[in-house]
Design a protein around this ligand. Structure first.
Ligand SMILES: [Zn+2]
Length: 343
């Protein structure tokens, strides 16, 4: 792994030195670059989050926004989309945030605003309204506090897994990926069963603070400050696995909650887990959303599918050097798709 990072450092250095990286950055002027983030936290709080690819340390993020604000036109995605086909001097970039964590309000938005730009935030409205944790965070906390084997055993004993269901999950990742394949109602029922069987998933004095989503007031405030607030469903639902009626409800109710909160039409949607089907895409359009974000990498040009916009997943692991230091060069290589081109 380490040698791969070292090789990537060397390739990035050469690409920068010989103008190849600059050429890729210039190519960003063709289309809209949509960057995907989830959480932005101070470094001291990052290690505790169980999904390390989803949390960007705030100093790294500040550096990224600083480069983007100096070199690109950064707009909320709803404002960038109408400009897709126009010729321009500077790359057009949108910063997008999935899930609706409170740290988006406390850290990400504050950093974005320091640089005079605005972002797009896709909120899981049910968890914002109730103060509940997102299902994968809660499941991860139970796995951490009780152990994955005990959680697996509970799934069998409570009838969520057949007794012939094979071996226990071997890692947190395998556990969460398995839960993603379950029906939404089974997943909700299983997490409720874990709450009954085990100590609260809130495994320390700071857990609730560390995992919580934005409140309704914070969403309203964010919107009032010029950021876009879009939907990420009510329950972080994996839409293709739902019935048509359930999927419609997720799309409609989250939109209504946002519109009641902000007083404005919610036009943006973001598929949880990037999961969509032909039917789901049609339902998103029918529900009145103007566009939807997926998770496939790439840039969006005029004529790109508005209901499956491509995004670049900016993970902390891809923007550090082999020595573990933040690298603006590596960030430019990610945002300009130079790394994707190399792969
Ligand atoms: Zn999500």
């Amino acid at each position: 792994m380490r040698w791969k990072r070292w090789a990537r450092d060397a390739i990035d250095y050469c690409a920068d030195r010989f103008g190849i990286l600059a050429r890729h950055v210039r190519e960003m002027r063709d289309g809209i670059t949509v960057l995907m983030y989830h959480r932005v936290l101070p470094p001291s709080e990052c290690n505790d989050y169980p999904f390390p690819t989803l949390v960007m340390p705030s100093p790294f993020f500040r550096d990224q926004v600083s480069w983007l604000a100096a070199n690109c036109t950064v707009l909320p995605l709803c404002a960038a989309l109408p400009l897709a086909g126009r010729a321009r001097e500077r790359p057009l970039v949108a910063l997008t945030f999935d899930d609706g964590y409170a740290d988006n309000f406390e850290h990400a938005a504050a950093i974005i605003e320091e640089h005079g730009v605005r972002g797009s935030f896709y909120v899981t409205t049910g968890a914002c309204a109730s103060g509940a944790l997102l299902w994968f965070d809660e499941a991860a906390l139970f796995a951490r506090s009780a152990g994955i084997e005990a959680v697996y055993d509970a799934a069998r004993r409570c009838g969520f897994l057949a007794s012939s269901a094979g071996r226990p999950w071997r890692s947190l990742r395998e556990f969460i990926e398995a839960l993603k394949t379950w029906d939404g109602s089974a997943r909700i029922g299983f997490i409720a069963a874990l709450r009954d069987r085990f100590a609260p998933a809130d495994d320390g004095p700071h857990a609730a603070r560390r995992f919580r989503l934005m409140t309704r007031e914070q969403v309203r405030d964010l919107h009032g400050r010029g950021h876009e607030c879009g939907s990420h469903t009510v329950h972080h639902a994996l839409l293709p696995r739902l019935s048509r009626a359930e999927a419609e409800r997720e799309l409609r109710e989250s939109k209504a909650w946002l519109e009641e909160t902000t007083g404005e039409a919610a036009r943006g949607f973001c598929y949880p887990n990037g999961d969509a089907s032909t039917l789901v895409r049609a339902l998103v359009a029918e529900a009145g959303y103007d566009y939807a974000c997926g998770t496939r990498p790439g840039r969006n040009r005029a004529g790109s599918d508005r209901y499956m916009l491509r995004r670049i997943d900016v993970t902390p692991q891809r923007v550090v050097t082999s020595a573990g230091h933040y690298s603006e060069r590596a960030f430019r290589a990610e945002a300009s798709l130079f790394h994707a081109w190399m792969r």
